[in-house]
Design a protein around this ligand. Sequence first.
Ligand code: NAP
Ligand code: MG
Length: 399
Amino acid sequence: MDKIKMITPLVEMDGDEMTRILWSWIKDILITPYVDLKTEYYDLGLNHREQTKDQVTVDSANATAKYGVAVKCATITPNQQRMSEYNLSEMWKSPNGTIRAMLDGTVFRAPIMVKGITPYLPAWTKPIVIARHAYGDIYKAVDMKVGEGKAELVYTDRDGKVISKTIHDFRGDGILCGMHNTDKSIYAFARSCFNYALSVKLDLWFSSKDTISKVYDHRFKDIFNELYEREYKDLFAEAGISYNYTLIDDMVARVVRSDGGFIWACKNYDGDVMSDMVATAYGSLAMMTSVLVSPTGVYEYEAAHGTVTRHYYKYVQGEDTSTNPVATIFAWTGALRKRGELDGLADLVDFADRLERATIDTIESGYMTGDLAVSFRLEGVTPTKLNSQDFLKKIAERL
Ligand code: NAP
Ligand code: MG
């Protein structure tokens, strides 16, 4: 059989620990036997980030902006303990944070659904994709504890003109918080959401609290509406999808009653909270994919989970591990499919579809990793727990 050819390289960002091990197994067992894989390789493993003074992360983000599609392995975000473990000269920043800031992107998280793993809300038969705005609000706020006195919101424009409003006249101790966002960031967020909805052909919902936050949250609502009316309405109609705005509390009620199958765009804090709730409700962090979409239409695919440190330490001791590779496989298929679509390679798109199908069918026929085996319930199927490599080989047999 001839291998499937590629035209433009994928930007490949290698990573750390157990996911780095899975990364090479996935390539060897499931991809390179079928695809003449063309990648531009960046090693974002912590040792190489240290050697390059983190320049490799910046280079990989620039390459992603240049080529348009990247696939990323999970990476360690250093803390104090990692400083000594890896003998670091500096506490390098989170690669995801660096890449997100450079591409000005929005992160979309979507669950991979299989029969036998039932969401805690069994009515959710289709995925709910959460889009979280990743800039500002309370994450870039200044706050303070105060005593008796008057708090004011003061703004000085470039000509020195001052506008001030009283926040509260304190008669006793209390707390204060000042937060902001920028039109630029909100437009970028809205644009990423509209582009992603078109790319996956799902309805888009945006929610905020504009009835109470009449200027702040209302600005988000207005920007989404303006952009939709001006640039996306016709494209959405052509794609047969819709854009809707509703209050956050109404949205929560709708989500719980729904059967899924839509994108929920959230302000920063709402997205933080709701993405954890939704991920948990679907059953497993190991079955959650994540894609960063920039307002210019650049895509970076990854698994939502981390480097699975506990499993890696066992692996290093020579123990067999049953780490779930599914979200990392889907990061690869997402990136290969997008590359295929952009380059007009129908067989590459088809390969991505087949690899996803083979992965899901393998689980539904009873072969899976330990994290799934404990909660798998499907009439007539007895789950068999496999180690990571045997699970990948089972998928390859089907493929
Ligand atoms: P984690 O790697 O997601 O793992 C947390 C726990 O979740 C694991 O110990 C395991 O539970 C379970 N788990 C996660 N993924 C799994 C999989 N594929 N298969 C089976 N079980 C899985 O999170 P963490 O331990 O908090 O973080 C570890 C490292 O990852 C940290 O250095 C952090 O900085 C980094 N991180 C990176 C990213 C990223 O690059 N996007 C995201 C998050 C964290 P059991 O131990 O119970 O089996
Ligand atoms: Mg959170």
